[in-house]
Design a protein around this ligand. Structure first.
Ligand code: ADP
Ligand code: MG
Length: 637
């Protein structure tokens, strides 16, 4: 039995029990279903996408009030009655709720989500508060008394007036939503959503439009809340502003967090736990403490603190661990090797792919890069070296679109890239790794690598939710698998990326960059943290990539590694290029020796550790003296 079977057993049990359970249990279960639908949206938003909303209750309210208004207001019914049978009014209400929620969420998201920081949570608090007061004061929506007389939903002449009947629809909608969200997460777009948590710079350099994806996740969560509100209105048959208050918005967030914000089923668990807990507290507390105060809020808050203290990731992961002992893991289909992604052509060897033309960068008064010119050609490895603070990372950011030069121009394939975001660089064939590894630590290695191939797929959210993307997904995973094997990490494909040693994580980043089929590969200190044998393997890999015609730029501290591998070396000091040429010429350059050694004749770099008992010295013969066969001879290219 595996987890999937368990979900199936749960659904079957629920279905069988439905007609046997007492009325009260059915009602409670229906409410749990409604709350879980909202919480599932929050799992996507908070747990997966890393954003927080306190305003979900207000979206539930939008859905509820939209249908209440359409079904009961004389104006709306009079306007719609010539076109719609009365039984169809709730569906017109659903449509209005969806359209209104879409517009509000898109508007709020577009304003706040492109900004970083706490703008979204603050904005959702404002929205949660204003909804309550706005709807409480709108006379045509009944003010604080609310709207009564909302009809039951009718499907094919069958009235869903009782909770037992409507509850079936609620749970069907919930399970369908969970299925669709699960599919979405297990797709190219799902990886892009997860990448949002890995930080904007990482996601953008994989080609993900982070602003757009953030808005879309926010809208998705809001729409789930609105559908829940629609069902709620037709279950209660009455709406007023109280259940859509800011406190309830916070309760929804509790449900997602207590259940386990990273897991879809955590939403169901969280909704169940909090609903049942509230039920108990409402009965118990007045008996214990008297009914004069609003104690349940306090006790509730304290309980939450305890739960979160004990189970930081929510209850679901703990439950999954406990049941994990007797559940088989869901077998992952091994990627279909036959599925091939469209392959692009690499530019001919020797063409300049990436070019920086007199690029300068100033931070206030500090000149981090001064008129740096450098190019990278197809089929060569170009190394950029320099002491700490020389401006290497600053330069790296400018040639990958993370930052804009103050002066000068960066060109890719001869086209100027001024003002373009890093996802545009990715689209033009720039693949990169990060000095500080940026992987999604709790996702599998192969998933991380597949993220690198984001721009090579095109299926969108709807296709992913409906599983219409399977052929493309198979091709993407197969590509990720191929790149992993090429980098020697095939056996680790299913391991969580965060559990690998740092050196291996760097290699995963290289595989991820390769999955995007780059024309130019930018590596920021790829050998840092690698052991000797791993460095040799990396050297062989880079040499092979050069042979295949990739343009490679390496920023590196390890002199031995660089001098053995590079065709050309550029040396930066205080933001300016002080030397440029073959490794041998650069090592013999007095200015370089000066920059590194302050004129002394100690080893060239502190971390160019001698091997075979040799002491590394900047000898005129250069590479021969420093290199000790750590990387393949360059003649192979
Ligand atoms: P390297 O990578 O070669 O060690 P950096 O490019 O990180 O050097 O830094 C070059 C100089 O620019 C340093 O003096 C650093 O303090 C400065 N610098 C880098 N980024 C910023 C920034 N965002 N704001 C101000 N100064 C910066
Ligand atoms: Mg740096």
């Amino acid at each position: 039995m595996n987890r999937r079977h368990l979900s199936l057993v749960f659904v079957v049990l629920l279905a069988v029990a439905w007609s046997l359970l007492p009325e009260f249990s059915v009602t409670v279960l229906s409410y749990i279903g409604l709350y879980a639908l909202v919480a599932a949206g929050l799992v996507m938003l908070t747990g997966v996408g890393g954003m927080t909303s306190f305003g979900q209750a207000a979206f539930v309210g939008t859905g509820a009030y939209a249908t209440a208004w359409v079904c009961t207001s004389p104006m709306a019914t009079a306007a719609l009655s010539p076109y719609l049978a009365p039984a169809l009014l709730p569906f017109a209400g659903l449509l209005l709720g969806i359209v209104a929620t879409f517009a509000i969420a898109w508007g709020l998201g577009a304003i706040t989500l492109r900004l970083s920081g706490h703008y979204l949570p603050l904005c959702t608090i404002a929205w949660g508060l204003s909804f309550y007061f706005l709807f409480g004061n709108l006379e045509f929506l009944g003010g604080h008394t609310g709207v009564t007389g909302i009809p039951a939903i009718e499907i094919a002449g069958f009235s869903l007036a009782s909770p037992r009947a409507l509850g079936i629809v609620i749970w069907a909608v919930l399970l369908l939503a969970l299925w669709a969200l699960h599919n979405l997460l297990d797709s190219r777009e799902g990886r892009a959503i997860r990448a949002l948590k890995g930080g904007r710079v990482m996601a953008e350099s994989m080609g993900v439009d982070t602003g757009r994806h953030r808005v879309k996740v926010f809208v998705l969560a809001a729409l789930l809340a609105a559908v829940s509100g629609w069902l709620y209105a037709h279950l209660q048959r009455f709406v007023n502003p109280t259940p859509f208050n800011l406190n309830i918005g916070i309760e929804y967030l509790f449900m997602a967090v207590v259940g386990g914000a990273g897991h879809l089923w955590g939403a169901v668990l969280g909704a169940a736990v909090i609903t049942l807990l509230k039920e108990q507290l409402q009965d118990l507390l007045p008996q214990l403490l008297g009914s004069s105060g609003n104690f349940e809020v306090i006790v509730f808050g304290l309980l939450m603190l305890v739960v979160l203290q004990r189970f930081a990731d929510g209850l679901w992961p703990t439950l999954a661990r406990l049941t994990g002992r007797w559940l088989r893991p869901v077998a992952r289909r091994s990627p279909d090797r036959g599925a091939i992604l469209p392959q692009g052509q690499l530019p001919p060897r020797g063409t300049v792919v990436l070019e920086a033309d007199e690029v300068s960068k100033r931070f206030g008064g500090l000149v981090a890069n001064a008129m740096v010119s450098l190019d990278v050609k197809a089929g060569e490895i170009h190394a950029l070296i320099g002491p700490n603070g020389a401006g290497k990372s600053t330069f790296f950011n400018m040639i990958s679109g993370v930052d804009d030069p103050s002066d000068g121009e960066v060109r890719l394939h001869g086209r100027t890239m001024t003002g373009k975001p890093s996802r545009a660089f990715a689209a033009q064939g720039v693949g990169r790794t990060f000095q500080h590894v940026r992987l999604l630590g709790n996702r599998s290695v192969i998933e991380n690598v597949a993220l690198g191939a984001h721009l090579r797929g095109s299926r969108g959210w709807i296709a992913s939710m409906l599983r219409l993307d399977r052929a493309e997904e198979a091709a993407l995973m197969a590509e990720a698998g191929r790149q992993l094997e090429r980098c020697g990490l095939g056996p680790q494909a299913e391991v969580a990326a965060g559990s690998l040693a740092l050196g291996q994580q760097r290699v995963v980043e290289i595989a991820r960059a390769l999955a995007g089929q780059p024309a130019v590969l930018l590596l920021d200190e790829p050998a840092a943290g690698l052991r000797h044998l791993e460095k040799q393997a990396l050297g062989r890999l880079l040499d092979q990539l050069r042979t295949e015609g990739l343009a490679i730029l390496v920023v590196e501290h390890d002199m031995e590694f660089v001098m053995n591998l590079a065709d050309r070396v550029t040396v930066l000091e205080f933001g300016a290029v002080i030397a440029h040429g073959t490794p041998a010429a650069v090592q013999a350059d007095p200015r370089v020796l000066d920059a590194y050694l302050g004129g002394g004749d100690e080893p060239l770099a502190a971390d160019a550790r001698p091997t075979n008992g040799q002491v590394d010295r900047p000898a005129p013969s250069g590479r021969a003296a420093i290199g000790t066969a750590a990387a393949p001879a360059k003649g192979t290219s």
